[in-house]
Design a binder for this molecule. Structure first.
Ligand code: SF4
Length: 330
């Protein structure tokens, strides 16, 4: 495993305050290593996007970070806690060190401005000392990087396909050569072939440029193909994390099993899809004990009463929170 670039330690995020607060992210510990693609999967409402917004401090009210640390390890200098940065430091951190591609990002391009204007604006805002010809040349290089011909610089967004608009957003995210790219369901609106093309290209860019990726999606089959490691969220908590191949071959948590059986794999033998019975829990009234117990086919005596802690089930590369697997916790 390479050095950590981002360490999330005990992060808690609520919506609202006091007794009425909804606890959307609970005691999350997660490490992103240099140059890795870390996948984060779970159903809608599991807390994945709130985690991304929380760690980049982009939460809109009534979202509140209630506790924890997000330790960033810069290329030079001492690690620091992102949650303690001033607004000015945060602005630099967001584009220069970390960039984020949001859900539906391809619809976030300004419809009345050409692609070149929008790319150049990002570069100008963060590197005001650069010249206009220099910025245009960078914009051209960025488009080429994501597989779009440079003559599309003069196009407006409506003249591009959905896949091209999404690639432009990825180019924008890479404009300042960040060390971390966070992608929140970036390809959900695209067809399955286009999704895989774009993700394959992202992984190839990662190998060339060396950034790390936190990739968030509800589609676990995508993560199995493109991630180095996968973490699974349920009810605001991480319930399992493992190398992608191990999770695919031998998922330990019954919820991970359920997710794997909910999506068809593009490769390998055909298998029957079964889905997960029931609905994700309402975060305003989380079930007692293991939050998955009302839907779990393997629930047994301790599950409704006691919360299983995330720990190592023997293999140090893996973690799981389930009473079926005795774990060592730190
Ligand atoms: Fe199922 Fe119990 Fe494990 Fe929760 S702790 S996933 S209810 S077996």
């Amino acid at each position: 495993m390479t050095d950590p670039v981002l360490e999330i330690k005990g992060l808690d995020v609520d919506y609202g305050v006091g007794d009425e607060a909804v606890r959307a992210v609970r005691d999350v510990h997660l490490t992103l290593h240099r140059g890795e693609v870390l996948g984060l999967a779970g159903e809608s409402g599991s807390g994945k996007s709130t985690l991304a917004y929380g760690l980049t401090r982009l939460l809109a009210p009534p979202g509140v970070i209630r506790g924890g640390e997000v330790i960033y390890h810069p290329a030079d200098g001492e690690p620091y806690d992102v949650l303690r940065l001033t607004d000015r430091q945060l602005r630099d951190f967001r584009w220069a060190e970390t960039s984020i591609v949001f859900q539906g990002a391809m619809n976030s391009l300004n419809p009345v401005h050409k692609v070149v204007t929008q790319l150049v604006d990002v570069i100008k805002a963060h590197e005001p000392g650069t010249s206009r010809p220099g910025r245009v040349a960078r914009a051209r290089d960025l488009l080429r990087l994501v597989g779009i011909s440079a003559d599309r610089l003069e196009a407006c967004p409506h003249q591009l396909s959905g896949g091209m608009r999404q690639r432009v957003m990825i180019a924008m995210a890479l404009a300042l050569e960040p060390r971390i790219v966070i992608m929140d369901e970036p390809t959900t609106a695209l067809d399955v072939v286009m999704q895989r093309q774009i993700l394959g290209q992202l992984v190839e860019l990662r190998e060339r440029l060396g950034f790390s990726v936190l990739f968030i999606t509800h589609d676990l089959s995508l993560l199995v193909e493109f991630s180095d490691r996968i973490a699974i969220m349920y009810g605001g908590r991480i319930v399992e994390q493992a190398p992608a191949a191990d999770l695919y071959r031998d998922a330990l948590h019954p919820y991970s099993h359920g997710l794997l059986n909910s999506f068809p794999a593009l490769r390998g033998p055909r298998r029957e899809l079964s889905g997960i019975p029931g609905s994700p829990p309402d975060t305003r009234g989380m079930p007692s004990g293991c939050a998955f117990h009302p839907r779990c086919p393997k629930a047994f005596e301790p599950c409704p009463d006691r919360v299983p802690l995330l720990g190592t089930p023997g293999d140090p590369a893996r973690e799981v929170a389930c009473w079926l697997h005795p774990v060592a916790t730190s």
